[in-house]
Design a protein around this ligand. Structure first.
Ligand code: SAM
Length: 248
């Protein structure tokens, strides 16, 4: 069990990297490709700046807690935001690495969990590493995150947050980070997407298993109480959360 302590170290923005400029909203000096990328990521950074983070679950994800039983895993959590799930997974004796674009999200995660962290600059992205727990958040663009060898993957609000054009690249990049027999737990959403459009997007079963063929549907439950208000306004009546897991 974790005994939270207040963070004693101030978060430092990583030195001399494109992602620092991106996080600041600066694009000066970037080449055209980097500026294109900024077009994709700037809306997320803006959401964190103004606090429009309706996806955040203060108590973590219930499907994860219901179905995840693994311990001793090396878990990657792409596009992690400040999800409580990071802490929960670490408390189950797993080693956890989140990857998140926004430094504000990382700051909030550590402030709210009361963990002390230190900055590890040795990898492809700077990692804010908790001292008390095997938990770190790599801060920057997930597509620049190069570490591999993870034997578990938790995905909530990541695949479904991305438009169809980016999803296959995201899925491939994730597979490249995982060992061949890695455990995967993926949360998707199901609602009438004729009425409203994502994010979060409906990712149909055929598309999901094309990316990650070992996934099987484990659970599907009504999550309408947590439906984004824009869906309700558009006439969506019910929203389900689906839990997909590999069997091993
Ligand atoms: C819908 S939120 C979900 C957050 C978290 N998984 C959760 O369940 O609360 C998507 C998150 O992905 C982050 N994000 C978007 N694009 C990213 C990228 N290219 N690299 C890293 N993080 C990214 C956003 O800043 C945001 O925090």
């Amino acid at each position: 069990m974790v005994t939270p302590r207040r963070s004693a170290v101030n978060l430092r923005a990583p030195k001399g990297s494109v992602k620092t400029a991106v996080q600041d909203g600066r694009v000066d000096g970037m080449n055209e490709r980097a500026a294109d990328k900024t077009a994709d990521i700037e809306p997320w950074l803006e959401r964190w700046r103004v606090g429009r983070i309706g996806w955040h679950e203060a108590d973590g994800n219930r499907g994860l807690k219901r179905h995840w039983q693994a311990v001793g895993r090396n878990v990657i959590v792409p596009l992690c935001g400040k999800a409580r799930d990071l802490l929960w997974l670490a408390e189950q004796d797993n080693r956890v690495t989140g990857v998140e674009l926004s430094l504000l999200a990382v700051e909030q995660f550590f402030a709210e969990s009361g963990l002390v962290y230190e900055l590890d600059d040795s990898g492809s992205l700077p990692v804010y590493r908790a001292r008390e727990l095997p938990l770190g958040i790599a801060c920057g663009d997930y597509f620049a995150f190069a570490e591999t060898g993870f034997d578990a993957h938790f995905d909530r609000g990541a695949l479904v947050a991305l438009p169809p054009t980016v999803r296959s690249r995201y899925a491939r990049h994730t597979l490249e980070r995982l060992e061949g027999d890695a455990l995967q737990c993926v949360v998707t959403v199901d609602y009438d997407d004729e009425r409203a459009d994502g994010p979060p997007f409906v990712v149909p079963r055929e598309e999901l298993v094309r990316y990650w063929p070992r996934l099987e549907l484990r659970d599907r439950y009504d999550d309408s109480d947590d439906m984004p208000p824009k869906f309700r306004d558009a006439g969506v009546e019910r929203l389900f959360e689906c839990i997909w897991m590999t069997s091993s």
